[in-house]
Design a protein around this ligand. Structure first.
Ligand SMILES: NC(=O)c1ccc[n+]([C@@H]2O[C@H](COP(=O)([O-])OP(=O)(O)OC[C@H]3O[C@@H](n4cnc5c(N)ncnc54)[C@H](OP(=O)(O)O)[C@@H]3O)[C@@H](O)[C@H]2O)c1
Length: 186
């Protein structure tokens, strides 16, 4: 079986922070909409995208907003008795199991893009094991108090590419600026 690679998507503060008290450290509506739109985009409307997420990131989503609508939601946890309700929700016990689930029928044929949406240890594992196709990285130009940080990675493992769907230049909301980047893993 050939295991499918995944795209990572993350927004990172200038001090590396990505989370605080199991929530985002910021409220940037426009940046959040970018996340929703990017992970929703499909070439083939008969397919769906998948999101792979750690148990804490799953729990950070308000119950009324999970599972993420229109997507296959795959939650990674070590808890063998973990239960998550909802349409198109799967619980797995390793990142490899998530990849296997999404690389074999019936889901392999249904899923267009696998988006791994955090948190920190899943990002780290995907980068270290080179399971990444592209890294969709938002660089927020402000420091935030955080208790979860994006892992250090070797910039030489990636090359920046352009994606016509990704806005260029500096974006801003309430005085906070950020830029979007797409990095292809070599
Ligand atoms: N800025 C962003 O773009 C962004 C994106 C995503 C999340 N976040 C933020 O990041 C924080 C959550 O991230 P986090 O790093 O604390 O937690 P997380 O990665 O979402 O969840 C950690 C949990 O996932 C499970 N897990 C992770 N790797 C596993 C593996 N290889 N095998 C089995 N289970 C595994 C474990 O669950 P069990 O303990 O149940 O075994 C672990 O405790 C929140 O603050 C969230 O808002 C930010």
């Amino acid at each position: 079986m050939v295991l499918r690679k995944m795209n990572l998507i993350v927004a990172v503060a200038s001090n590396g922070g990505i989370g605080k008290n199991n929530d985002l450290p910021w409220k940037l509506t426009k940046e959040f909409r970018y996340f929703v739109n990017t992970t929703r985009r499909l070439e083939d409307a008969s397919k769906k995208n998948a999101v792979v997420l750690g148990r804490k990131t799953w729990e950070s989503i308000p119950p009324t907003m999970r599972p993420m609508k229109g997507k296959i939601n795959v939650i990674v946890t070590s808890q063998k008795d973990f239960v998550a309700e909802g349409k198109d929700v799967y619980v797995v016990h390793s990142l490899q199991e998530a990849q296997e689930l999404l690389s074999t029928p019936p889901l392999a044929d249904k899923v267009e893009t696998i988006w791994q949406v955090g948190g920190a240890s899943l990002y780290q594992e995907a980068i270290e094991k080179k399971l990444v196709d592209k890294l969709y990285l938002t660089k927020i130009r402000k420091e935030y108090d955080a208790d979860v940080f994006f892992p250090k990675y070797n910039e030489e493992d990636f090359v920046e590419i352009s994606d016509p769907h990704v806005p260029e230049g500096v974006l801003e909301e309430d005085g906070v600026e950020w830029t979007h980047h797409v990095l292809q893993m070599k």
